[in-house]
Design a binder for this molecule. Structure first.
Ligand code: ADP
Length: 562
């Protein structure tokens, strides 16, 4: 019998030919499952929050973390926490917080991390707005939770993230539970449920430097994509051989995704708990062999000062990401030139999960002189795949990428917010782009530089003056620790720059000397009109200088000659 030599003809395709690959939802629990199976013994080291436990570090492995996070998911289920319901946390960086990151989102509920540095009234507002069902908190925040508990209408139980020995004898908090008891009492084993990758996974509120805090509701998919992209060499470059210490708090935009990107990379993870001063951080960096860290400039100023003042050096620390506000060039130079630490400047925001750009050099920059390379590293950096960006004028017309023209910075991508939780603020996009509220230039190679936040821009005689540039110059003066520049009313020019300066301890510099330092570095009309020396600058809940408060405080300041 004649054999069929050809397969029967296929039906002609009617649509695109579809790929034939497995479908696996991009869920947060899949990161922990992978980590626990393939990097089971990778370590998670935490400095406990409980004062009597701080002499010893807590240690366990990815595998232990997965087991406990799964028990936590079971306990949430037992307590009737349903899919999509919000579970709040007020906690430092530590292993129990990590278990909540995975246990809550992995159970199908939504992890809502709250910044404990906010005003208690604002915290209560956020808890109510998010309709948190349970509120987990570290021992440090017991007094705070006692104060806000009567105002948290939706919270069914408050869970102290410690063991029985640390539970208070009596407390005004209604329905106070113990974290370790909750885990121990979970009924039986639990499997991670299959979830839709587009389901909500976590919720973060913007820190509210502009109006009421607004919630950004991340999905499993957006979180996993952000974690993948942020681990890339061009971005945070997290590798299995690293020891990662996130100084950036887990209540500040998910610690910039590090609790996810570190686990999918297999790296060792070190949590500093509540001890964020220079001395404690340095000791932990050295004891645990930290190679990579990330945080806002104010934290690095503290750590770097401690190291230099005590004539110390880092033995393993080689790389850091600095972002959240502009990294002062003087800080970058000190880290690179004196301490041998590579600095990656990162830019982003709560609405962007948060990473949008990171600094670095291109191959063609490698042969360039140091100063030219440094000028590139100082920029906020290059877009990460997944983020598109453009600058536009007031009318919305796109501006050239010439490195000089500054415009409103707009972004889009799969980990950028399309709206706020509860539709606060309505439709926030402009033709599908998210307006960041930052003013920036983009150069021909695609490097973005933030010139200002639109609301901080100083407008003098119809021209813009970039406050970040002026602050960076001031901070390059050896006697200046910190500087902030704001616009103050001027009868002729509308506004003129006023510089507020914190001197380095034990060092002196006067007004005229500091103004002289600007000569030749900026256009004449950019020169600050006056300098005020202050003891400290007001810093907000995410470690940024609060310029709105400075503007209020110096509204009546009389500039010389007015
Ligand atoms: P908030 O708007 O409440 O401060 P975010 O933490 O989301 O909350 O802050 C995002 C803003 O922080 C950005 O829009 C930008 O103005 C500023 N920012 C973040 N990183 C940098 C950076 N590397 N350089 C300058 N500004 C930055």
């Amino acid at each position: 019998m004649e054999q069929t030599r050809h397969a029967p003809p296929m039906d002609p395709p009617t649509g695109p030919l579809m790929g034939q690959m497995m479908h696996q939802a991009l869920t947060i629990s899949s990161i922990l499952q992978f980590a626990a199976r393939h990097y089971a013994a990778s370590e998670i080291v935490s400095r406990p929050v409980e004062p009597d436990l701080q002499r010893e570090l807590h240690r366990y492995t990815y595998r232990d973390c997965e087991r406990r996070a799964r028990r936590l998911a079971r306990a949430l289920h037992d307590r009737g926490v349903a899919m999509g319901e919000r579970v709040g946390t007020l906690a430092w960086n530590g292993y129990r917080h990590l278990e909540l990151y995975y246990g809550v989102s992995g159970s199908g509920a939504v992890l809502h991390t709250i910044n404990p540095r906010l005003h208690p009234e604002q915290i209560a507002y956020i808890v109510n707005h998010a309709q948190d069902q349970l509120l987990f908190f570290d021992l440090t925040f017991l007094p705070l939770v006692e104060a806000i508990a009567p105002h948290c209408a939706t919270v069914r139980a408050f869970v102290l993230m410690s063991d029985r020995a640390h539970m208070p004898d009596g407390s005004a908090i209604p329905n106070l539970l113990c974290y370790e008891d909750l885990l121990a009492g979970a009924t039986g084993d639990h499997d991670w449920p299959a979830l839709d990758e587009n389901a909500a996974a976590s919720l973060c509120y913007t820190s509210g430097t502009t109006g009421n805090p607004k919630g950004v509701l991340y999905s499993h998919r957006s979180t996993v994509l952000h974690a993948y992209a942020s681990a890339l060499p061009n971005v945070l470059n997290v590798a299995a051989a690293d020891t990662v210490l996130p100084v950036v708090p887990m209540f500040h935009v998910n610690a910039w995704g590090l609790p996810y990107s570190t686990l999918l990379s297999g790296a060792k993870l070190v949590f500093p708990g509540a001890a964020l001063d220079g001395q404690s951080l340095y000791a932990l960096f050295e004891a645990e062999g930290v190679t990579f860290s990330a945080g806002v400039p104010t934290v690095w100023l503290g750590l770097v000062n401690y190291v230099l003042e005590n004539g110390l050096a880092f033995s393993t620390f080689r790389r850091t990401v600095i972002g959240g506000s502009a990294c002062p060039p003087a800080l970058m130079d000190t880290l690179i030139d004196r301490l041998g630490v590579q600095v990656i400047h990162g830019w982003g925001m709560t609405e962007m999960s948060p990473l949008g750009t990171t600094g670095g050099l291109l191959a063609k920059h490698r042969a360039q002189p140091r100063e030219e390379q440094r000028a590139i590293l100082r920029k906020q950096g290059h877009a990460i795949y997944g983020v598109d960006m453009k600058i536009v004028d007031d009318a919305g017309a796109e501006l050239p990428w010439d490195g000089a023209t500054s415009g409103h910075l707009l972004v889009k991508g799969p980990w950028i917010a399309a709206r706020y939780f509860g539709d606060e603020g309505g439709d926030i996009l402009q033709d599908g782009w998210f307006p960041t509220g930052d003013m920036a230039t983009i150069d021909a190679d695609g490097f973005m530089q933030v010139t200002d936040r639109s609301k901080d821009v100083i407008k003098s005689g119809g021209e813009w003056i970039g406050s970040i540039d002026l602050e960076n110059i001031a901070m390059a003066h050896p006697a200046v620790l910190q500087a902030a520049c704001i616009g103050v009313a001027h009868p002729k020019w509308d506004e003129r720059p006023l510089l507020l300066v914190v001197r380095r301890p034990g060092m002196d510099v006067g007004r005229d000397e500091l103004l002289g330092f600007f000569v030749g570095k900026v256009a004449r009309f950019w020169m600050p009109d006056d300098v005020v020396f202050v003891e400290a600058l007001p810093v907000g809940a995410t470690g940024k200088v609060q310029k709105n408060r400075l503007r209020d405080a110096y509204r009546e300041h009389r500039l010389p000659g007015t």
